[in-house]
Ligand binder design. Structure first.
Ligand code: ADP
Ligand code: MG
Length: 702
């Protein structure tokens, strides 16, 4: 396609003109030919099938019936004047009504003849009815006629556009005109060898057929081609970014595995690594000796043991004379990493410090000094550790926990902390579906820990309706009698914070009545508490002084209290799947059998039911993430907002996993053979790629 040509403002398309151009711009952001061409149908109306009148439901979209016209009459006066016709098939009658164009339609209709009647069905006095249907005289064999649209495209439109006769039909006409006049300017942008290999139809054909397919097969081919193209160029961009980065930035070379690592591995590590952990360590080891900067994402479910992998990677860095740091999104988490790592390595082994906003100035100064003179090996903290005044002597590896709270910009800031940018290991406990990972983090390498350490008892999850509340209380008492601690979580949703606080307070009251002093003690934690109060309450629970912690979702991330083995989630139907999974991950950290009880009302939406059933059925975070994406769509998954996922117009990450994988593999192969896209057969790609990145419309057409 000729880029310039399709950038022509929409008013220059024949039949558009200034006023219609104006509404097209305002209502649909259609500014030029390209925008119109890429205003794809949101569905296709199947004109190959006829509905029986008796099967018509009020909520059906457009349908087609084949019926004989029996009667027509114009009734009413002036403003109530209308044309009413009767038709029936072998299952019953349908009434057809026109309020406009009455005379003209009346002349055309011939009682006794059979018509293809097409429109949106409704009901009036319990009788099937259609207002302003399209009527076409039925001729035997007409279905096979050329030019008869079997799959009619339906386009999004608006009330405003309809005033300018740009309803779905009107838009269809415009697009047909555009294709008729300009399709020849749609140029191929994939090389022939790719077209052949993946059996892709040409670009012109694809654009034609996605709007006006003759049959389902043609439509499928057109969609496949355009989806492939879209995903291919997105992957080309991501992998090019990665390639450029490796060419531009040298990476620190961690020559050898030395004493720190070996000492830890042989004498301090209190358990055997899982195979997944070993595999990931090997991947990191390979990355860090190539002389290229590592950018790796480590995905692993809660409790899969990412921290120890991070620590052992850091020990390799330290073995090679480098400093390292871990950045966590909250103070609580930073603190927890600090405690965990300190207890894993023991006293006097390496120099570790915690730097957060609440570290007093004096102590902070000491940390800064030790960073600059190189005596500090591991710095753990929040954002505070990437502030400009924090200077490292030789930062070799950065571990970022819980990626999606940090932006790309913050990552970039870290790179500038050293002459040679440090290796970066991003850890996330929120598993993302593979397709999403390949798109959001397509410029990173991805490692997955997909097993839990051996011997861990899977958390048992139960779903109780309100009616079983007494049984739930009984269960809580049994567990407390065994010495366990329990979380009770209430939803916190921003829009109704007041209501949620009330729920929490009411809930607390009920709990206090059910679990009275002096036998029972309850901690209460919510967002309205001052940090010191919150901390005090948390500490009471951590120390085991209270048996129950009633909380809003503030406890969602981080907290590690092995003795807390029961998680009760109130109004569980109000939580998203990934949040439920995160919350459940707070238990199951000790040796005891852990439980998660999802309390809900009897009334559940379809999605709510699927969410709760999924939780009961599986503990696997990746499976849960997959279902979450199917329920909510990729654009609503946490962290996807800035990732380009939303710019996809044809491809859909929930359904097009296979095409994505094909496209990505294809790009990888191309870059392996021809990193500069200099080969003659790749010229076409090079040009398209440059045009996309130079122009304003990267994710559109070139
Ligand atoms: P996460 O992936 O959620 O960060 P952690 O690193 O906090 O998980 O590990 C969870 C718990 O499992 C910790 O107490 C850790 O010491 C323990 N752990 C990690 N790896 C293993 C292993 N291979 N065998 C047994 N326990 C392990
Ligand atoms: Mg962790």
């Amino acid at each position: 396609m000729n880029n310039q040509h399709f950038q022509t403002p929409i008013e220059y398309l024949k039949g558009v003109g200034l006023s219609r151009a104006d509404v097209l711009k305002k209502e649909l952001q259609i500014y030029n030919f390209e925008d119109l061409l890429r205003h794809f149908p949101y569905k296709y109306i199947d004109r190959t099938r006829f509905y029986k009148v008796k099967d018509i439901q009020p909520d059906l979209p457009y349908v087609q019936v084949l019926a004989r016209l029996t009667k027509k009459e114009i009734i009413g006066e002036k403003r109530t004047k209308r044309l009413v016709a009767q038709a029936h098939d072998d299952t019953g009658p349908i009434e057809l009504v026109w309020f406009q164009g009455i005379k003209w339609v009346e002349k055309m209709l011939v009682p006794g003849k059979v018509y293809v009647i097409f429109g949106k069905p409704g009901f009036f006095n319990n009788k099937a009815q259609m207002a302003h249907p399209e009527m076409e005289l039925y001729l035997p064999g007409m279905q096979q006629q050329k030019g008869n649209l079997m799959l009619q495209p339906a386009y999004n439109s608006t009330e405003k556009l309809k005033q300018f006769t740009l309803d779905s039909k009107g838009l269809q006409k415009l697009i047909a005109a555009l294709l008729e006049q300009h399709a020849k300017d749609i140029h191929e942008n994939l090389p022939a060898y790719i077209l052949n290999r993946f059996k892709l139809v040409g670009r012109q054909e694809a654009y034609r057929n996605i709007h006006f397919p003759n049959d389902a097969n043609q439509l499928k081919e057109a969609q496949y081609r355009l989806k492939f193209e879209e995903l291919f160029f997105l992957q080309l961009k991501l992998l090019k970014t990665k390639l450029t980065r490796t060419q531009k930035f040298k990476g620190n070379i961690f020559e050898s595995v030395g004493n720190y690592f070996n000492e830890f591995y042989h004498h301090k590590l209190p358990f055997k690594l899982t195979n997944s952990q070993k595999r990931v360590l090997k991947e990191i080891r390979l990355d860090t000796q190539r002389g290229v900067q590592m950018n790796r994402l480590l995905q692993g479910d809660v409790g899969s043991g990412k921290t120890v992998v991070a620590l052992m990677s850091m020990l390799i860095a330290i073995d090679n004379g480098f400093q390292t740091c871990i950045m966590a999104p909250t103070e609580i988490l930073a603190n927890q990493h600090y405690q965990t790592i300190k207890s894993l390595v023991g006293e006097g082994f390496i120099e570790i410090a915690l730097l957060t906003g609440s570290v007093p100035n004096k102590a902070r100064k000491v940390i800064h000094e030790k960073l600059e003179d190189g005596t500090l090996n591991i710095l753990i903290g929040t954002h505070a550790l990437i502030e400009d005044k924090v200077k490292y002597k030789n930062l070799g590896l950065v571990v970022i926990d819980e990626q999606h709270r940090f932006g790309v910009e913050q990552r970039a800031k870290l790179w500038r902390k050293n002459v040679v940018p440090p290796h970066i290991l991003v850890m996330t406990a929120t598993p993302i579906p593979r397709t999403l990972a390949m798109t959001m983090y397509g410029d990173l390498d991805i490692s997955v820990i997909d097993e839990l350490p051996a011997g861990r008892k899977p958390i048992q999850t139960l779903h109780y309706y309100e009616a079983k509340r007494l049984r739930m209380f009984g269960f809580m008492k049994d567990e407390i009698a065994k010495g366990r601690q329990i979380y009770v979580v209430y939803p916190l949703i921003k829009e109704s914070e007041k209501l949620d606080l009330k729920n929490l307070m009411d809930g607390t009251e009920i709990m206090s009545r059910e679990f009275p002093l002096p036998n029972y003690r309850i901690s209460i934690v919510h967002g309205k508490l001052k940090p010191a109060e919150k901390d005090f309450e948390m500490q009471r629970f951590v120390k085991g002084e209270t048996q129950i912690m009633v909380a809003t979702t503030v406890i969602e991330v981080g907290v590690n209290i092995p003795n807390a083995s029961v998680m009760i989630i109130e109004n569980a139907e109000r939580f998203g799947l990934s949040q439920l999974h995160q919350l459940r991950g707070r238990v199951g950290r000790g040796a005891e059998q852990s439980y998660c009880i999802l309390m809900s009302s009897e009334k559940l939406s379809r999605d709510g039911r699927i969410r709760l059933n999924t939780m009961v059925k599986t503990n696997n975070g990746f499976e849960i993430a997959e279902i979450d994406m199917q329920l909510r769509g990729p654009g609503n998954i946490e962290g996807t907002q800035q990732s380009g996922v939303l710019d996809l117009k044809v491809a859909d990450l929930t359904t097009d996993q296979e095409i994505l994988q094909q496209a990505r593999n294809c790009v990888i192969e191309i870059f392996e053979k021809d990193p500069q896209l200099a080969a003659p057969e790749n010229q076409i790609l090079n040009l398209a790629f440059q045009a996309k990145n130079a122009g304003l419309s990267w994710d559109k057409i070139s």
